[in-house]
Design a protein around this ligand. Structure first.
Ligand code: TMP
Ligand code: ASP
Length: 233
């Protein structure tokens, strides 16, 4: 297998035939654009398992994804997609970077789920995209932007219900999409406690915010999420 790409927490491999692709989850955890960076043993396997469970659930609920099969503890086979360099963020509650822009009570429920787009560019700190910028930068057509928004809202509905069924409030999350060779949009990348904000019933933070804030017990918390999801899926 040949490594053809690597990000902060995952790497992409291609097999000898050049036709199969694999996403491998690493134990690295980073925040604030690598300002904080550690390795936590077992985190890659936990995120791989959680992402796999969530993607299977989304697939059952009619979401098209790039995921094919779980091939080992830390690896998922994925289809050939060209990633759109955009982070699609859905917010159910006011938190994180949203609070830096708007003066709302931390954790306040938003009247409706808000979908935001950010251009993936670490050097520029992922600038936010308006619909026009999205189009101007040739990242997607107006129809595709609509489809991304529709799909993000549908995914949010499915995930809200899933997490609610195991006593977790889905505050916000980030997803990414790719295009297959025919141009079809597919959900790709990960969905796990690195890319979501998840609060327990008492408001306890269960996700990567624990690492951002130096709260500790990160692997334990990810295991808790894995166990709760296993209990309902
Ligand atoms: P934000 O409030 O910092 O904009 O984050 C919104 C959501 O996106 C939150 O669930 C964390 C997630 N996220 C990522 O997955 N990767 C990132 O690089 C950032 C900044 C946020
Ligand atoms: N994922 C980003 C980073 O590594 C930011 C974050 O999630 O806080 O550095």
């Amino acid at each position: 297998m040949k490594k053809i790409g690597e990000g902060k927490t995952k790497a992409v491999f291609q097999d000898e035939t050049g036709k199969r692709y694999f996403l491998r989850f690493k134990d690295d955890i980073t925040a604030f654009n690598m300002e904080k960076h550690e390795q936590l043993q077992g985190k890659g396997a936990l995120n791989c398992d959680i992402t796999w469970m969530i993607y299977e659930h989304l697939k059952k609920n009619g979401i098209d994804t790039s995921y094919i099969a779980r091939t080992d503890e830390i690896t998922i086979e994925v289809s050939d997609v060209k990633m759109i360099p955009v982070e699609v963020v859905v917010r159910n509650r006011a938190y994180g970077s949203f609070l830096k822009r708007f003066d709302l009570v931390s954790g306040a429920k938003l009247d409706f789920p808000l979908v935001e787009f950010f251009y993936k560019d670490d050097e520029r700190n992922d600038p936010q995209l308006t619909r026009e910028l999205f189009e101007l930068m040739d990242l997607a057509t107006p129809e595709e932007i609509e489809e991304l928004k529709r799909s993000a809202k549908k995914i949010n509905g499915i995930l809200l219900a899933l997490f609610e069924s195991c006593g977790i409030s889905l505050v916000d999350f980030k997803i990414e999409f790719g295009k297959d060779p025919s141009g079809k949009l597919l959900l790709a990348d990960e969905i796990d406690p690195d890319s979501c904000r998840l609060w327990g019933q008492d408001g306890e933070m269960l996700d990567k915010e624990r690492f951002r804030k130096g709260m500790g017990k990160i692997v334990e918390s990810y295991k808790d999420i894995q166990g709760r999801l296993k209990g309902v899926l």
